[in-house]
Design a protein around this ligand. Structure first.
Ligand code: NDP
Length: 463
């Protein structure tokens, strides 16, 4: 769909956190790059908002970007808000009946409400080609993900469904595709022969930041590993494509996810979980997670999760991929690290042994580094590691802008396809079951620390 064709973006849950913090700024960042793009934003929520209040919200979100005056004026002059109980069939039908296509319905709603709205949409005539955009979680396990997919397919075909994972819109994740497939030097080494292990880490120094309502029910595994980090793994490990089309990229990504299994098939050996206790991050005093406002300690929610998986195919079998993410850690670390195997023979005569070469792909801020071993300055028989680093320009667009561009254009390349959503649960369901049955101990770490000792395998593979 051409960018100059006007698309109606109907945001369900327009009064919520996602809309305010991520979606509207995402539209804004798209308009900043593409000021002539025509999009009409319609907000719907059960809150009672006046037209002026709604416009103010959109304007405030745009000002965080900031959006140039002309596209801002154009969108503000055409946007409107409709108070709607989205679970009321008549109100939902009236809302949609008042809109012309091409239409994108964006579900910025709690998951249970999204499912309810979807059921109602089955009986409502949608403009031809209406697209549905959904936020994670896509179900709560493999079975419910499949049921939700079937539900969605009763409303629209798969190519009109966008399961949004904004990590796939990050410039640093997109950069992985160019880095991998446009560099001859990487082609022969991107496999089990040369790569010993891979870490995909998303450690945050932020604690709960008032998000108990969502996070306490999700936890680190569902919030990050089951969704975003498995998607990043799929892009890291996928085979090349003939062209960058949605079908080919999705097919290759799902091949990886279908081949991904817990290391040694054992949730007990492959997973770790922990929760932060009181501590200090920089100068901030952070209470224990269980003392944070809105947290129910009985839920036993983890704030740090680590899972080791294996991609069982010819390229990757035997290479551990460690996925890890947590909150309230002392040093934010958001990166993919590929550790290369040692050289088969190091000439006798060096004073020390070589550490493994590393390729570090920093997800935030964006940078790519090769860590190579070379002679130490002034001491030629010593070896030391040096970093060759290329900084990536800050994202040309917010990740939500990138994802929304694809949704508005009808291109599903950055979307999580239904089968991939099910595969991600299939990988993590055994871990969730083992944790629910308390078969993996809940460890602790003080806020501001680097997590419990000995979690990451260090510089050699732990089997
Ligand atoms: P919220 O709960 O903040 O917002 C959802 C909005 O929907 C609220 O304004 C809520 O109103 C409204 N709503 C609920 N039920 C109805 C109804 N029957 N009719 C009309 N409006 C209704 O959720 P978020 O914005 O945080 O998240 C939305 C989705 O995005 C979720 O699926 C979440 O998992 C996902 N997500 C959120 C992220 C975030 O950072 N917030 C990040 C990534 C994904 P009320 O307040 O009155 O309940």
């Amino acid at each position: 769909m051409a960018a100059d064709e006007s698309v109606t973006l109907l945001i369900l849950g327009a009064g919520g956190d996602l809309t305010h913090r991520l979606l509207l700024p995402g539209v804004g960042s798209l308009l900043k790059i593409e000021p002539t793009r025509k999009v009409r934003i319609i907000g719907a929520d059960r809150a009672d908002l006046s037209p002026a209040d709604w416009k103010k919200r959109v304007e405030e979100a745009f000002d965080t970007v900031p959006v140039p005056a002309r596209p801002k004026r154009s969108v503000l002059s055409r946007t409107r808000y409709q108070r709607t109980n989205l679970l009321d069939a008549t109100e939902l039908s009236d809302l949609i009946g008042s809109l012309a296509g091409p239409l994108v319905i964006y579900f910025a709603l709690p998951p249970a409400v999204s499912i309810g709205v979807c059921k109602l949409l089955e009986d409502i005539d949608l403009p031809a080609g209406t697209r549905l955009a959904l936020e994670k979680p896509f179900g709560s396990d493999e079975k419910t993900a499949r049921a939700f997919n079937e539900q969605l397919h009763r409303v629209a075909p798969e190519e009109q469904i966008f399961r949004v994972d904004h990590f796939l819109g990050r410039s640093t994740v997109l950069n992985l595709i160019g880095l991998r497939f446009a560099n001859r030097i990487l082609q022969p080494v991107w496999n089990r022969e040369h790569i010993e292990r891979v870490e995909i880490i998303y450690d945050e120094d932020l604690a709960l930041e008032g998000r108990a309502g969502y996070y306490d029910k999700a936890g680190a595994l569902r919030d990050m590993l089951q969704s975003h980090l498995l998607q990043v793994l799929a892009v890291f490990a996928m085979e090349s494509v003939a062209e960058l089309s949605a079908t080919e990229v999705q097919d290759q990504k799902n091949q990886v996810l279908r081949s991904t299994h817990l290391w040694s098939n054992s949730p007990k050996r492959a997973s770790k979980r922990a929760r932060y206790t009181a501590g200090t991050i920089g100068r901030r005093k952070v209470p224990a997670y269980t003392r944070e406002k809105g947290v129910d300690p009985a839920r036993n929610t983890e704030t740090l999760a680590q899972v080791q998986v294996e991609v069982r195919n010819n390229r990757w079998s035997g290479v551990p991929f460690t996925l890890r993410s947590g909150k309230a850690l002392g040093t934010p670390r958001k990166q993919i690290v590929a550790y290369f195997r040692q050289v088969p023979h190091l000439p006798v005569g060096f004073d020390n042994t070589a550490a493994p070469d590393k390729l570090i792909i920093n997800l935030n801020p964006g940078a790519v580094s090769f860590v190579l071993t070379m002679n130490a300055e002034g001491s030629p028989m010593d070896l030391e590691q040096k970093e060759l680093r290329a900084e990536l320009a800050p994202g040309w667009m917010l990740p939500y802008g990138e994802v929304l561009r694809e949704v508005l254009d009808g291109d599903t390349m950055l979307s999580v396809r239904g089968d991939a959503a099910e595969s991600c649960w299939r990988v993590m369901d055994p871990v969730l079951k083992a944790w629910a049955a308390d078969r993996v101990p809940m460890e602790t770490y003080p806020a501001g620390s680097s997590g419990p000792d000995g979690w990451l395998p260090g510089d050699s593979v732990v089997n």
